[in-house]
Ligand binder design. Structure first.
Ligand SMILES: *Cc1c(COP(=O)(O)O)cnc(C)c1O
Length: 359
């Protein structure tokens, strides 16, 4: 009775993936990164599922933390990865057990000048090579001691972020670890440096607080590690259905600008999903899809509400189910055909798509 385009999120799989992250360093803690609406999976639903086990949650900004607290997620700290954007956020941070990143002098001054109901926990960010946020290694220890001395500060956790942990051939991760360790040698504090890729594959990056994100959603940060693919369980499946079928003659072109011209008699299926649902318009001819359990490919350009697939050798009818990515077709296989990564596929699903939760 409605447009079939649906995202199904398997929360049991998210829990499985969180446990996998945790198992990489069982004596340590794992912060479940649920920023950007849990990478499009639904932050409240994911956080509720993980709440009995998660050591902490992480989000990008206070609005995302407020959403979780108002939904009743109260049992653990919520870490603001980029810290606060304006000083007036500090009252809420202090009153609601949020942990804030501190990456620049302005944030440091704001904390110094704040009158807080309770002292706060701070994650002090080092720029160990990403050159996006953080204090330089040379100034890091001094800032640490300054923060530790403030009555507004309860605790300081040492934090940094990797540029290339998903690339096992890059020397960058090791370099960043060396820079970080050298600059923090004298500091007696907890450490948080590992994202999913480092949690999975860089044992010496596993410290007190891992920060797994993408792996929670069952997508590997690595493109060529079948063993990790085997261990992760995809959480999001995007499905739709066949809404039209046409038999075309050789020479006929499909869709906007006719980017696919049939070379032989071709059966074309029209699927009710397009870029306004979050399926990338950049998807090239040949991008895999699954129709009625069989693999086939996109032919013709993705339009706003629809796309077209080759049904020539496929057993399919009007109403046949189509999987765009998910449990049977890894987002990591689709993403490169769209010039992107699974992170964007997941987080760009739009509000129009129906949502269903399992588990
Ligand atoms: C998003 C983010 C993470 C999680 O990264 P994944 O690659 O998704 O595991 C960890 N740390 C910081 C600072 C982040 O911004």
């Amino acid at each position: 009775m409605a447009r079939a385009t649906t995202v199904t999120v398997n929360l049991d799989n998210v829990l499985h993936n969180y446990r996998l992250a945790k198992s990489m360093a069982p004596e340590q803690k794992a912060v479940a990164v649920v920023k950007a609406n849990a990478y499009g999976h639904g932050a409240v639903a994911v956080a509720k599922k993980l709440a009995p086990e998660a050591d902490a949650f992480a989000v990008a900004c206070i609005e995302e933390a407020v959403e979780l607290r108002e939904a009743g997620i109260e049992g653990q700290p919520i870490l603001l990865l980029e810290g606060f954007f304006t000083a007036d956020e500090l009252d809420y941070i202090s009153a609601n057990n949020l942990w804030t990143g501190v990456h620049n002098q302005r944030q440091l001054n704001d904390i110094k000048n704040a009158q807080l109901s309770q002292p706060i926990t701070v994650l002090l960010k080092m720029d160990s090579g990403m050159h996006r946020l953080g204090f330089a290694p040379e100034e890091y220890a001094a800032v640490y001691h300054e923060l530790k001395a403030l009555p507004q500060v309860k605790d300081v956790i040492l934090m940094s972020h990797f540029t290339s942990a998903d690339d096992m051939s890059s020397p960058m991760t090791q370099k960043q670890i060396e820079v970080f360790d050298a600059a923090t040698r004298e500091l007696d504090a907890d450490v948080s440096i590992a994202n999913s890729a480092a949690t999975l594959m860089h044992a010496d990056a596993r410290r007190n607080w891992q920060r797994p994100g993408i792996m929670l959603y069952g997508s590997s940060p690595f493109t060529d590690n079948p063993e990790i693919d085997r261990q992760l369980k995809p959480a999001m499946t995007l499905t739709s259905e066949v809404i039209a079928i046409h038999d075309l003659e050789p020479g006929e072109a499909i869709g906007y600008s006719g980017t696919w011209v049939c070379e032989k008699p071709t059966r074309v299926g029209t699927i009710a999903v397009g870029y306004a649902d979050g399926y990338p318009r950049q998807a090239v001819n040949g991008t895999p899809v699954i129709v009625n359990g069989q693999r086939t490919k996109i032919i013709g350009r993705v339009s706003m509400d629809m796309l077209t697939v080759d049904l020539t050798d496929i057993d399919a009818n009007l109403g046949s189910t189509v999987e765009l990515w998910g449990e049977n077709l890894l987002a990591n296989e689709v993403a490169p055909c769209c010039g992107t990564i699974s992170y964007t596929l997941f987080s760009c699903i739009t509000a129009r798509v129906h949502r269903k939760y399992i588990g």
